[in-house]
Design a protein around this ligand. Structure first.
Ligand code: HEM
Length: 408
């Protein structure tokens, strides 16, 4: 076990109020905090029940309804595709891509947050959208990077020139996605096994703007949480030498190609380590939502159009559900551990049905694969690692997290 971590004043205040008010309280006139596990599950269920995709822009202008597409159908397409991608071969490719991205950045004084982000995005991009040319892929990555930089408070600038550049990069990335979908539909581009491909056949029903929204949703999903979680993995590996040594022993004998079939069996310790990283440092910190209809949350009524906020992080650090909640200890996930979760709803790094993260399995395997690479292929040295602190941005982000990364 190591020193507890302390949150910022804002989160600290939220935690104090949450403990005093049973996890459900108004943060201000417009925003209801729902930090109680049962309430969060019920609110998600109530809010997203029967969710349909928005109408097409062109139909909105003409004041008519588009073909109705349930969001559940979109999620089924994603899940089916991810199931097809859950093979040893696809995972081996994912690891190779991550390895290439890290190899390209070896050296001293490496910004480990950017390295983690780059490795995660480059490994996952072909899962979302495969078969891109080098140029297309660079444009998409540039768009994802610039969005992330805003999220972690490191934008290259804020003036009108930067805003314009931001919009231009985003527009160009959108054009790439449109072109890929159009060319696949016309048979001018090879169909790929990725999360965009099912929507090529649905283009007549969806329309290009809604298809673009669906692909953008995945691209946004792979651009934020996976990279933030990867940075947190590096952070804990650097700060927990005892755990890093234990992982190195386990992973020395492990075959990463087995991770996807049964991560717990293939590398139980590494799996616990990743689970604990996701408990302590769940990205994103706060999920801001708007009530689609009116419904009750305990004794409060949330009216249509009002906001609420969910947070895996707040639940994961709540002492009512976790003993020594601020202490990093993967062994709390051993069966029967006294400091384990008091119920299943207390561990929710991937959110809640029916909007729960569809990439939970591949996201977990990717983090385990990152541990594998860091413990078997690379040597990471972070000077004064115990002094590196976490800042709370859209997700926890290690500050001034730099180190030397070399091949073993
Ligand atoms: C460790 C990595 C990851 C974490 C911590 C994470 C976390 C989350 C969370 C908290 C949500 C919101 C759930 C809710 O609203 O209740 C979400 C949604 C989503 N995630 Fe992930 N995610 C990760 C990796 C991935 C990956 C690798 C993919 C794709 C391959 C992915 C695809 C998605 C999608 C598409 C959604 C939106 C689902 C919907 O709107 O129905 N995620 N993720």
């Amino acid at each position: 076990m190591t020193t507890p971590h302390h949150p910022t004043d804002f989160l600290h205040d939220l935690r104090t109020r949450s403990a005093a008010e049973g996890g459900v309280f108004w943060i201000n006139d417009d925003l209801l905090a729902v930090f109680d596990p049962d309430a969060a599950r019920r609110v998600s269920g109530a809010n997203w029940q029967g969710l349909l995709m928005s109408d097409r822009f062109v139909d909105m202008l003409r004041r008519r309804r588009s073909t109705q597409i349930p969001w559940a159908r979109v999620r089924t397409e994603w899940r089916t595709q991810l199931h097809t991608l859950a093979t040893a071969e696809h995972h081996a490719n994912l690891i190779t891509r991550m390895e290439r991205a890290i190899d390209a950045r070896l050296g001293d004084d490496i910004d480990l947050v950017l390295l983690a982000q780059d490795a995660a995005v480059r490994a996952l991009l072909p899962v979302a959208l495969a078969g891109l040319t080098g140029r297309e892929s660079a444009w998409i990555v540039q768009d994802l990077d610039q969005k992330l930089m805003r999220l972690i408070d490191r934008p290259p600038g804020t003036g009108p020139r930067h805003q314009l550049h931001f919009a231009a990069v985003q527009f160009r990335a959108g054009l790439v996605v449109r072109r890929v979908l159009r060319e696949r539909a016309a048979g001018r581009r090879v169909r790929e096994c990725d999360l965009a491909d099912p929507f090529v056949d649905l283009l007549p029903e969806l329309g290009m703007d809604r298809a673009l929204d669906v692909v953008t949703a995945v691209l946004t999903a792979i651009a934020g949480p996976p990279g933030a979680a990867a940075a947190s993995v590096l952070y804990e590996l650097a700060r927990q030498p005892r755990w890093a040594r234990r992982l190195t022993v386990e992973l020395g004998d492990a075959d990463p190609d087995d991770f996807h079939a049964s991560p717990v069996k293939a590398a139980p310790l590494t799996h616990r380590f990743v689970k604990e990283v996701l408990r302590m440092w769940s990205p994103p910190l706060l999920l801001m939502r708007e009530a689609r209809t009116s419904f009750d949350v305990g004794s409060t009524t949330l009216e249509e159009g009002r906001g609420y906020v969910l947070s895996p992080h707040m639940i994961h650090r709540d002492p009512r559900f976790w003993r020594d909640a601020d202490v990093f200890d993967p062994d709390r996930f051993l069966p029967g551990a006294p400091h384990g979760p008091v119920g299943r709803g207390c561990y929710v790094p991937f959110g809640w049905a029916p909007k729960k993260c569809v990439g939970a399995d591949i996201g977990t395997v990717q983090l385990m694969a990152l541990c594998y690479l860091m413990c078997t292929r690379y040597r990471l040295v972070v000077p004064a690692a115990e002094q590196v602190t976490m800042a709370y941005r859209f997700a926890p982000v290690p500050q001034s997290f730099k180190g030397e990364l070399t091949l073993r």
